[in-house]
Each structure stands twice: as C-alpha cells, then as structure tokens.
Design a protein around this ligand. Structure first.
Ligand code: PHE
Length: 368
C-alpha cells in the first residue's frame, strides 16, 4: 500500500520535520502535475486524501500518534499546512482552484457567438440602377458614363436645345459662377439629364452604338414627396442602320417586363423632347392594381415611367461633326431616359423620395 512508503520518523527536531514534510509536499506536487483528466484527479484525491488509506491518513497515523508529546504541536502545524497544500493542488487540478474566478474572468468562452460585424448593403438606388443596367446588358448594351459637371454644349446645345430655347426652362440648373467671358457653349453647369453622354459616346465611336448610361443629375426642382433636386437616371441609346420605332417599343416593353414582371403592359403616348422625334412617354399598366384603377394610378390603370423617342436628325448632325458616319440619312436610332428613384419607389413601395437620402439605417437595413 502507498502508506508503506511513509517511512517512520526517527527524529522530531524542526529540521528533521521540515525535511520530512518538504519531501512529502514535493511528491504531492509531482503527482498533481501529472494529473491529466478527471480520473486522475479522483485517483490523486484517493491516494492523498482518502479517509482510510490516503497518505495523509497514514502520516497522521504513523507520525502524529507515535511522536513524543513535546513534538506533537510542531508536527500538527506542518501536517495541517501539508493537508491544505494537497487540497489546494487537488482543487487546482479539478479546475475549481481558489483562483478560478479570476481565471474565468480572463478566459475566452469559445462557445459564445463571435462579435458580429455589420456588413454594408447596396443602397436601394444603386441596386435599382444596377438592375436596370443588367436588363440592358443582357441585350448586348454596354455601359457608359460622363461628367456630372457638363458644358452647355453637351447638356443643351448638342441635344438640340438652342440658346434661348424655351425647352431649356424645363431643365433649370445650377451654373458655375463667373463664366460670362466664355462662349455660352463652353460654360459649365450641373447636368440636368444623362442625355449629354449620348453625344459624348457618339463623338467617341462610329455606329453601331448600344449603350446605357447610369448617373446623377441636377435640376432646380423643389423637393417634395416625389421630387429631389438631385436624382439619378439611366439613359439608353441605340444607333444602327434601320433602327425603327418598333425596335424602341419592343426593347422598352421587354425592359419593363423584366423590371416589373411579365404581366406588365406598356403603352406609348406622344410627347416632346428636343432631341427625339417622334418622342413618347412610356406608361406601364399599374403594378399595384393590375390596371383596374386605384389611388396609386389615379384610377387610370396606367403609370407614366419614362421618356423616349427616335434620335432627332439634328442630334446626328452634331455627332457627324466629329464622326461623319452619323449621317442622318444613313443611320437611325432611339434613345430613352428613366428616373431611377421613381422606379425604385415603385418596386419597393416607397412613398417619400427623401428616404433614399436621409441615411437612416432603419430604412437602408431593409435592403440588406
Ligand atoms: N433626357 C430626358 C429627361 O431627362 C429623358 C429622355 C432621354 C427622353 C432620352 C428621351 C430620350 O427628361
């Protein structure tokens, strides 16, 4: 038995006692250091603290009882210290040591869920813009961009709004100050539509052209529930030989079905834009009532969504100054322009345009 390993004490002076107890403590430490699991903890407890056959019981039986009366006190003090030490070793090994609270506070609980980092989400305007672009990308259109600070020439003149033409009043905008000494066509302004990129594109490449142009535009419009002085458009331009109004109708009918669902119908209403002739406003059957008539469509069953038309020969004439292939007698084409906010508001049932710009995560989070 283990108790046999406890030698009899022969001397009882302090030195001899210190040595004997130090040797035992050392054995206990070594044994505790080897503990490698719950079973070993229990074995250690039995070996050292077991009531009947534990080593400490053996120590008390052999040393305390046989000690001369005057050595009993010194022995008892050391025995209690050893017992406390062994108990501490056991507690530590069992994972419930006296420092446990401190250790726990420092410990990392790997079973807890990690810190969740919020990922950003695409803004509903960006999302809608990308969606519109991808509908046309699937038809073979490429994507173009142009400057937001534009010249009078590209924004107006080349789009067939001559200087002083009343159509300019419908697209009032901010102009860069102190440009009076420049010729009017070079003066800078914040573009009022994405149409100037039609001209920039045609100047850069001969026909055929199939391009969509997403971007931000500016107008002197009072903000209300559906208007903002800054908003977004997607422009489209298709130029080739023999492009007809039927191509325009088919393309936009397809695009509206792709954006709003195949049940949607389109109709084309005569309209006016200086840079298209003929021009049309495209209406879609009301996506809220299916065309029966409701508050959203003002009981008409139709909702006006975008402008379009056949490229005006006067526009081709401007393009032909840089790219002669845009000969108005040889090419034809169509153009269209749609408001991204308006489409996003319809798709997501948003009634206040200002929500897009307020930056409220409770609103934006719904698009995550
Ligand atoms: N640029 C026009 C607008 O902003 C929209 C449009 C584009 C109309 C292309 C016809 C063709 O109102």
């Amino acid at each position: 038995m283990t108790n046999d390993s406890i030698l009899s004490l022969t001397a009882f002076d302090d030195d001899a006692l210190d040595k004997a107890f130090a040797a035992l403590e050392q054995q206990a430490r070594e044994a505790a250091a080897k503990i490698d699991g719950p079973e070993a903890v229990e074995a250690f407890r039995l070996e050292w603290l077991g009531r009947k056959q534990g080593r400490l019981t053996g120590v008390s039986g052999r040393w305390l009882k046989s000690a001369p009366a005057e050595a009993k006190k010194a022995l008892g003090v050391r025995f209690n210290a050893l017992k406390a030490k062994v108990e501490e070793l056991l507690e530590l090994a069992a994972g419930a040591g006296p420092n446990d609270a401190a250790l726990k506070a420092e410990a990392i609980d790997i079973t807890l869920p990690g810190t969740r980092r919020l990922t950003g989400a695409e803004h509903p305007i960006t999302r809608t813009l990308n969606e519109i672009v991808s509908v046309f990308a699937a038809l073979g259109y490429s994507v173009g961009v142009g400057p937001e600070v534009e010249t009078d020439f590209y924004n107006f003149e080349s789009m067939n709004f001559p200087p002083g033409h009343p159509a300019r009043d419908t697209q009032d905008t901010l102009v860069v100050a102190s440009q009076e000494r420049r010729p009017q066509r070079d003066r800078l302004l914040l573009r009022t539509h994405t149409s100037p990129v039609q001209m920039r594109t045609m100047e850069q490449q001969p026909p055929p052209v199939r391009i969509v142009i997403p971007g931000k535009v500016h107008r002197n419009d009072a903000a209300d529930a559906t208007h903002s002085p800054i908003f977004h458009q997607v422009e489209g331009l298709c130029v080739d030989a023999h492009i007809t109004f039927s191509d325009l109708k088919g393309t936009l009918d397809h695009a509206m079905k792709a954006l709003f669902g195949s049940a949607v119908k389109t109709r084309f209403f005569p309209s006016f834009f200086p840079f298209t002739e003929p021009s049309a406003d495209v209406q879609i059957s009301c996506i809220f009532c299916g065309g029966k008539g409701c508050r959203k469509c003002k009981q008409s069953g139709w909702i006006e969504l975008l402008g379009c038309g056949m490229v005006d020969p006067a526009v081709f004439a401007f393009a032909a100054e840089k790219q002669p292939a845009y000969d108005p007698t040889k090419v034809s084409g169509f153009a269209f322009g749609m408001g991204v906010e308006r489409i996003a508001m319809m798709k997501y049932g948003i009634s206040e345009i200002g929500q897009f710009y307020a930056g409220d995560v409770r609103f934006l989070g719904q698009f995550a």
